[in-house]
Design a protein around this ligand. Structure first.
Ligand SMILES: Nc1ncnc2c1ncn2[C@@H]1O[C@H](COP(=O)(O)OP(=O)(O)OP(=O)(O)O)[C@@H](O)[C@H]1O
Ligand SMILES: [Mg+2]
Length: 376
C-alpha cells in the first residue's frame, strides 16, 4: 500500500481529510513563537477568546519523511481526546496502520493461547465433599483404555488420597513438591493398578501449598502448560481429581477439560448442592468449544426406597446430562483399606459393573463427541 494511502486512512479515522494538509520540505525551519507570559507576576487569567490558537502541528510518519503540516489548527490531534478518538484507541489504530504497511507485528498485549493438548481430559468435580470423586477417578484410571493409549490419573487435591486408591503411598512424589515451576512432571509419574499411571499431589506443608496456590491464582494456564510438556498422544487420557467446591485447582482443570463429570449422591444435601455446582461451572460451560458436562449419581443404595425416589428426581433434574448411576458397592469401599484395585473383582460386582458401563459411555463421548453438552 502507498504511503499516502496510509495517511489518508489514518486521517479518515480521525474524521479529517488529507486535502486539508499541505506537504512541505523536511528542511522546514520551525520557529516557535514566544507566547505572552500572561501569568508572569500579573496574576490575571485571559478570557478564552484571547488564548492563542495552537501552533500548526507537525506530524511525521516516516523515518525520512516528507513532513505533513496541518494547514489549520487540528484540535482533534492537539487535544487529549485524540487518544480515544471515535471508539477505537489511537494505539490500536497506529498498530493497524503499521500492519497494513506490512510485516510489523502488533505490539498490543495479547492473551496467551491455551497450550494444545492432544490427550483427552476428564475432570471429576463436586460442590460437596465425600461423594466418591477420588474413588471414581482411580476406578476410571484403571478402566479407561482407549485403543493403545495410556491413562494418567492426576491428583489436584491437597488431601493427596488418589495415589492410595491406585496402590501407591505417601512416598510417591507429587506435583506440589516440585521445586520449580519449570520442572517437568515426567519424573513424578508412578505406575498404579491395571497399567494406570498416577501423578500424585504430594505431601505438602502449608507454606508449600500456599505458594503453589498463589502461583495458580496468577497463572490460569499453569496446568495446561505442565501437561503439554508431557507430550501425551491423542489416544491418551488424563483423569483429574479435584477438591470439592470452588478452588484454584478446579479453575485450572476446567481450562483444559474435554469432559466435566459432576458426581452426586442420591441424598437431599447432594441434590441441593447441584445448583451450586451449576453456578461454579457456568462460566466455563458457556465458552466457545466448551467441555461436555455430565453427571453421575454415586453410591446409590438400592435397598432404600427413599434413595431410589431421589434417584428418579435427580434423573429428571439432570436429563441428558446424566451419564451413569453407580450403585453402592462394599467391594469398592473396601478396596482402599485392603490396597486392592477397586475393579479387580471377578465376576464383577454391581458397583464395578456400573463403573465399567460409565467408562464405555465416557470413551464413546471422547471418541465421537456425540452427546449434548451444555447446562440446560
Ligand atoms: N460406589 C461406591 N460404593 C460404596 N462406597 C463408595 C462408592 N464410591 C465411593 N465410596 C466410598 O465413599 C467414601 C468417599 O469417597 P472419596 O474419598 O472417593 O470421596 P471424595 O469425593 O473424593 O471426597 P473428598 O471430597 O473429600 O475428596 C469412601 O469411603 C469410599 O470408599
Ligand atoms: Mg477426594
Amino acid at each position: 500500500m502507498h504511503r499516502s494511502d496510509d495517511i489518508a486512512n489514518l486521517f479518515s479515522r480521525f474524521g479529517g481529510s488529507v486535502e486539508s494538509y499541505r506537504e512541505i520540505e523536511p528542511s522546514y525551519d520551525y520557529i516557535e513563537e514566544v507566547v505572552a507570559p500572561y501569568n508572569l507576576g500579573l496574576n490575571t487569567t485571559p478570557p478564552m477568546s484571547e488564548i492563542p490558537a495552537p501552533e500548526p502541528l507537525a506530524v511525521s510518519l516516516d523515518p525520512q519523511p516528507t513532513t505533513l503540516v496541518a494547514a489549520e489548527p487540528l484540535s482533534v490531534i492537539a487535544s487529549p481526546s485524540l487518544v480515544h478518538a471515535g471508539s477505537t484507541p489511537l494505539s490500536r489504530l497506529l498498530v493497524e496502520i503499521k500492519q497494513q504497511r506490512g510485516g510489523v507485528s502488533a505490539e498490543l498485549p495479547v492473551e496467551p493461547a491455551v497450550p494444545r493438548l492432544k490427550a483427552k481430559v476428564i475432570v471429576v468435580v463436586s460442590a460437596k465433599g465425600g461423594v466418591g470423586k477420588s474413588t471414581l477417578v482411580a476406578a476410571l484410571a484403571c478402566a479407561i483404555k482407549r485403543s493403545g493409549g495410556r491413562t494418567l490419573a492426576l491428583d489436584l487435591d491437597p488431601q493427596n488420597a488418589l495415589c492410595l486408591h491406585l496402590g501407591g503411598s505417601e512416598d510417591w512424589p507429587g506435583i506440589a513438591e516440585s521445586d520449580s515451576a519449570d520442572d517437568s512432571w515426567q519424573a513424578l509419574i508412578r505406575k498404579g493398578f491395571a497399567g494406570s499411571r498416577c501423578l500424585a499431589y504430594g505431601v505438602a506443608g502449608e507454606p508449600l501449598r500456599r505458594a503453589l496456590e498463589q502461583r495458580l491464582e496468577n497463572d490460569h494456564l499453569w496446568l495446561a502448560r505442565q501437561l503439554a510438556r508431557l507430550a501425551l498422544d491423542e489416544q491418551d487420557t488424563v483423569v483429574i481429581d479435584t477438591p470439592p467446591g470452588a478452588t484454584v485447582y478446579l479453575a485450572q482443570a476446567l481450562e483444559i477439560a474435554d469432559v466435566v463429570l459432576g458426581v452426586t449422591l442420591a441424598d437431599a444435601a447432594a441434590y441441593t448442592s447441584l445448583n451450586q455446582l451449576d453456578r461454579l461451572l457456568a462460566p466455563y460451560l458457556q465458552r466457545e468449544n466448551c467441555a461436555q458436562y455430565k453427571v453421575v449419581i454415586n453410591q446409590l443404595d438400592t435397598s432404600r426406597q427413599f434413595s431410589l425416589d431421589l434417584c428418579e428426581v435427580l434423573k429428571k433434574r439432570t436429563g441428558h446430562q446424566l451419564m451413569g448411576v453407580i450403585r453402592q458397592d462394599h467391594f469398592i469401599s473396601e478396596a482402599l483399606a485392603y490396597g486392592r484395585n477397586p475393579l479387580a473383582h471377578t465376576p464383577s460386582t454391581r458397583g464395578c459393573q456400573d463403573v465399567l458401563d460409565l467408562t464405555g459411555s465416557l470413551c464413546e463421548l471422547l471418541m465421537y463427541g456425540t452427546q449434548e453438552s451444555s447446562l440446560s
